[in-house]
Design a protein around this ligand. Structure first.
Ligand code: ADE
Length: 223
């Protein structure tokens, strides 16, 4: 899979993707991830990419010229073009799974007050938000989305089973609490059932605890 990120801050987008699991997946050729500086498509000598809002209002907007040129240069016939914006659909694990089946993603990062609507109308296939808060720029959100997608690609995680067991694989339940050794740490004990080796009872305990945790932390998931 190929992911291209178009942003004014390529270093911000790439920094979290240059370590650990995603770094190894990239080195293994499981995913090709590149970041491109929108300023390279600016037209004037000051390399401007933003301008004031038509009709007035606070802040600046990314203007259509550089974005049209950059997106047209970077997209191919199979590309899904995504815009990171707090106005988008909220990114969830199911969407990560769906997008992990695409051949090529071009992730466009908003900045300032966002992008000119004509870019969205003409060139964007999907507007995505990573949550109900406002970041300083979409490069952070693009890194989040890229991480969530690349780790799902076959071979990215060492243990091929691990994406199935985790929170949000069952869309309605969080993961159960987890423990490692020692069994007694400062008098704090690992729940006994986990030390029994009794798989059925352990599975039943995990299910119950997952439900309890979901009720406490994310009652919205239970509907
Ligand atoms: N840009 C700024 N805030 C954002 C968010 N919450 N999701 C996606 N892109 C953003």
């Amino acid at each position: 899979m190929q992911i291209d990120i178009l942003t004014l801050f390529p270093e911000i987008a790439l920094a979290p993707l240059g370590e650990s699991i995603i770094k190894r997946a990239r080195e293994a050729g499981i995913a090709t991830v590149r970041a491109h500086n929108l300023r390279d498509w600016a037209k004037d000598k000051h390399r401007r990419t933003d301008d004031y809002l038509c009709g007035g209002g606070q802040g600046m907007l990314l203007m259509p010229g550089p974005l049209f040129d950059a997106i047209e240069a970077l997209k191919g016939p199979e590309t899904k073009v995504i815009l990171m914006t707090p106005q988008g659909r909220v990114f969830k694990q199911a969407m990560a799974r769906e997008l992990s089946r695409e051949a090529h993603l071009l992730i466009v990062c908003g900045h300032y007050e966002g992008v000119d609507q004509r870019v969205i109308d003409e060139l964007i296939d999907l507007e995505l938000s990573i949550g109900d808060y406002v970041l300083t720029n979409g490069a952070i959100a693009a890194a989040v989305v890229t991480d969530a997608i690349v780790r799902l690609l076959p071979g990215a995680l060492g243990d091929a089973r691990s994406p199935e067991d985790e929170s949000f694989s069952d869309p309605n339940l969080l993961e159960a609490p987890a423990y490692t050794k020692p069994a007694d740490f400062r008098g704090l004990k690992v729940p006994e059932v986990l030390m029994t080796g009794h798989h059925a009872r352990i599975a039943e305990w995990k299910q119950r605890m997952a439900l309890e945790r979901t009720r406490a932390n994310r009652p919205d998931l239970l509907g």
